[in-house]
Design a protein around this ligand. Structure first.
Ligand SMILES: NC(=O)c1ccc[n+]([C@@H]2O[C@H](COP(=O)([O-])OP(=O)(O)OC[C@H]3O[C@@H](n4cnc5c(N)ncnc54)[C@H](OP(=O)(O)O)[C@@H]3O)[C@@H](O)[C@H]2O)c1
Length: 230
């Protein structure tokens, strides 16, 4: 169980999309301060919101972030990207870049912030994956989120030793810039964020935010041919 009231939170990519919704929900629940990152951060009028720069593919940027946010009790690895090319045509450089952003960056954030969370009483590490961790999408994105899911599961028992809750988040299409080009039904980011706060407070290991992610996970013990987006 993680205390959100008076928490000091870091939300990577917290100035727009899901990250902004997480920030708003945590502040509404009584968080004292939220560090929000962007590659080019914009000033905030809310004194509880502290914008900081982060390029998650740059280790020095992550280390500078840790120096600027030594009091965090909850870290949300939310920043992420996608590529539109299909799995049979995406180039190696785009593939590597996507894994840098969605896998290696969040892992480095977890490594750098784990001792900070431990020193501040345990708290929580949240990794934002996707329903596509478990479904055969047409692109490389799902593979990157599956890798993040695996890392999340491996980090959980390691960080538990210091009392840190490790929470994996999975969700289907949600209405942000990432999905702006897709004409499909989408979750409201505010609804996803409200559920995240509940999962933190409950001390959950995993938060499946919608029917899409619950359906995807339910298929895992069956024939892999069924792991397709419906
Ligand atoms: N929207 C969906 O349907 C959906 C579904 C499942 C999972 N997710 C996941 O949810 C998370 C948030 O996505 P979103 O929908 O809010 O996407 P978004 O609107 O495209 O926002 C992406 C966020 O990630 C940050 N970011 C991207 N690349 C970065 C980098 N190299 N270094 C630092 N920050 C970087 C961006 O920061 P800047 O402001 O600097 O650009 C931005 O805040 C992602 O991990 C995404 O994969 C989204």
């Amino acid at each position: 169980m993680t205390t959100v009231k008076n928490a000091v939170v870091l939300v990577t990519g917290g100035q727009r999309g899901l990250g902004k919704a997480f920030t708003d929900a945590l502040l509404a629940e009584g968080a004292a301060k939220v560090y929000v990152t962007a590659r080019t951060p914009k000033p905030s009028e809310d004194p509880r919101i502290v914008p900081l720069p982060l390029e998650v593919n740059d280790e020095q940027s992550i280390l500078r972030l840790a120096e600027a946010a030594p009091d965090v009790t909850i870290v949300i690895n939310n920043a992420g990207a996608t590529v539109r090319q299909g799995l049979t045509e995406v180039g190696l450089e785009d593939t590597r870049n996507l894994f840098e952003t969605n896998v290696f960056g969040p892992l480095r954030v977890a490594q750098v912030f784990a001792p900070i969370l431990a020193a501040n009483g345990g708290g929580a590490l949240v990794n934002v994956s996707s329903a596509l961790s478990w479904l055969a999408g047409s692109g490389i994105y799902g593979a990157s989120k599956a890798a993040l899911w695996s890392l999340t599961n491996s980090l959980r028992p390691l960080l538990a030793k210091a009392g840190t809750q490790v929470l994996g988040v999975h969700l289907g299409y949600t209405d942000t810039d990432m999905t702006a080009a897709l004409d499909v039904p989408k979750n409201d980011p505010a609804d996803v964020a409200k559920g995240l706060v509940v999962a933190l407070v409950n001390g959950d290991s995993e938060y499946l935010a919608d029917d899409a992610s619950r359906y995807a996970k339910s298929l895992l013990t069956g024939d892999p041919k069924t792991l397709v987006i419906v």
